[in-house]
Design a protein around this ligand. Structure first.
Ligand SMILES: [Mn+2]
Length: 329
């Protein structure tokens, strides 16, 4: 069930083994996979005696502060290292400072599972069949340090748990479960991780959910649903964008809804859209014309314009993709 091509895996293992100093970077607004896979690799390399830096432009969200090694994350990109590893990041625009710094490192390695991967490193381990970047890091970990312990296991488990939506999404494969099983055998306590990730919500977040759900819009066809969140709502509830993780799953959970999205205000009349599909519509395709990217079932883009018009536009696109309406003559 191993995904990594043996030749490429060898190349990656060699690059990691011979490098004395390594920078590990992942996408901005990091999620459980970005952080879990980065920290797992970082701890692994530290145990191998390397100097390791974990770079992210953004802070570690509250729900992932428990991850072993979370304190290693820095928003200052170290220069002059032997190797730059970019994890779980398909677009250079989402890598923070890495794009400009890319050439400042002796070698680069990309490990990712996005459908729309546009990153070109010296070595590219890009497998969209992987449920999480954590799955690919696991395959490297069992080669680099077969007896890796609980701290690395917790990070990898969290990466896979969160990117599979707790093993509910269609990207949950036999290997997702097999790897999770191995990680549990290494000492991971599933309920402990569940509590940290999903059941330690600040009261402010529940208040924010209440505000956001009031914005619910549903298309005439009932195939698409949307919610939005504004700076004003953050101010009213004492929250920020960190608290919006997973909110888009509420509109998607409506019976019959194929695609749901959440728009988050990021500037005057400017929004970051996060799309989730139930499976029929490829939302990575839906956003690619708007400069966005992602996976079949989860994608995003940034757009300017009056919000309600943008929502209507996406409602029509979803209808078209579902083949329910004829395009206007
Ligand atoms: Mn991921």
């Amino acid at each position: 069930m191993a995904l990594l091509d043996p030749g490429l895996k060898d190349e990656a293992v060699k690059a990691l083994t011979k490098s004395d100093s390594v920078v590990i970077a992942s996408h901005i607004d990091p999620d459980g996979d970005a952080l879990g896979s980065s920290l797992a690799l970082a701890l692994l390399l530290r145990q191998m005696g390397k100097e390791v830096f974990v770079y992210n432009r953004d802070l570690v969200p509250y729900s992932y502060k428990f991850l072993p090694g979370a304190e290693l994350v820095t928003d200052i990109l170290p220069k002059n290292c032997d190797l730059l590893c970019l994890l779980d990041c398909s677009e250079m625009a989402r890598a923070g400072e890495c794009l400009s710094a890319w050439k400042g490192y002796r070698q680069s390695l990309c490990i990712d599972h996005h459908l729309t991967a546009e990153v070109n490193a010296d070595i590219n381990l890009i497998y969209s069949q992987a449920c999480a970047t954590g799955e690919l890091v696991y395959e490297l970990a069992v080669v680099l340090k077969p007896d890796f312990g609980i701290e690395i296991a917790v990070n990898l488990y969290t990466a896979i748990l969160t990117d599979t939506g707790s093993f509910r999404y269609s990207n949950s494969t036999p290997s997702s479960f097999a790897i999770a099983g191995d990680l549990v055998a290494r000492g991971v306590e599933p309920w402990e991780i569940t509590q940290q990730v999903y059941e330690s919500q600040p009261l402010e977040r529940i208040k924010l959910i209440g505000r956001v759900l009031k914005t619910l819009q549903i298309s005439d066809s009932r195939l698409a649903a949307a919610v939005w969140v504004t700076e004003e709502m953050f101010a009213e509830t004492g929250t920020n964008s960190e608290y919006t993780d997973g909110l888009v799953n509420y509109p998607r959970s409506i019976a019959g809804v194929e695609v749901a999205f959440m728009a988050r205000e990021i500037g005057p009349d400017e929004y970051k859209f996060s799309f989730r599909s139930r499976g029929r519509v490829n939302v990575a395709e839906l956003v690619v014309g708007f400069g966005g990217g992602g996976h079949h079932n989860a994608a995003g883009c940034r757009l300017k314009g009056p919000l309600l018009e943008l929502i209507e536009r996406f409602f029509s696109l979803v209808d078209e993709q579902c083949g329910r309406i004829e395009p206007n003559a």
